[in-house]
Write a protein that binds this ligand. Sequence first.
Ligand SMILES: [Fe+2]
Length: 250
Amino acid sequence: MIWYPMNDPSLGCSSFIVGDSASGEGIVVDPLGAIGVSDYVLAAQDLGITVVEVVETHVHADHASCARELAAALGVSHGLSHRAPAQFPFHKLSEGDVLTVGSVTLTVWETPGHTPDSISLVVRDKRRGDDAWAVLTGDSLFVGDVGRPDLADADPQMIRRASHDQFHSVNRLMALPDFTEVWPAHYGASPCGGLFMDQRTNSTIGYERRYNPFLRIADAETFVEQQQRLLKPQPEEAQKLRAQNLGRSA
Ligand SMILES: [Fe+2]
């Protein structure tokens, strides 16, 4: 399997190229405007793969995405949750959809909470085995934390509902085997998470199950209260960036 993280430490953002060297195909996940279209194109060339799709785990509000531009430059589709209120044509992804590159598959799990359109991508390599090897959790599950629920809608009732959804989404991910690697879209001091976010870029389901403070909360109401209590200020220009990433402005 080709597994090539491309990070922006200044904002604590992670993006990925996941591919199969035998088939020479790959998928770019959550490409960052700060890295730019040409660097992803060059990275794919260096890896010897043809990119067949660009996918985002959700509509981001903390940074400019370059997914739309990258997909257009490569002439491939841009995958987003069917729930994303984007103003441009995109490949609408739903629960259970499978993106395939050679022996590697990315299965869509809808994991709303951080945003209604949040998805996680469960990664398998059939050449190695049937179990999930890794999961790209977007802003659902972080290392030591979970995604904040207040960037898609500022209404207090909607934030509580989103937090409720997040409780069920991150607990649903715990159905994966303990050895499954967890690779979120953010790390460190990213404003998309809370106070407990770790500097590490990845973890495992088993480690998070045991030590993530939000996964040690057994009931949804306590989880929601804890998230409300610990909310950090919104990222600078969050709504402007979200609108831009939705294609609502230049
Ligand atoms: Fe986010």
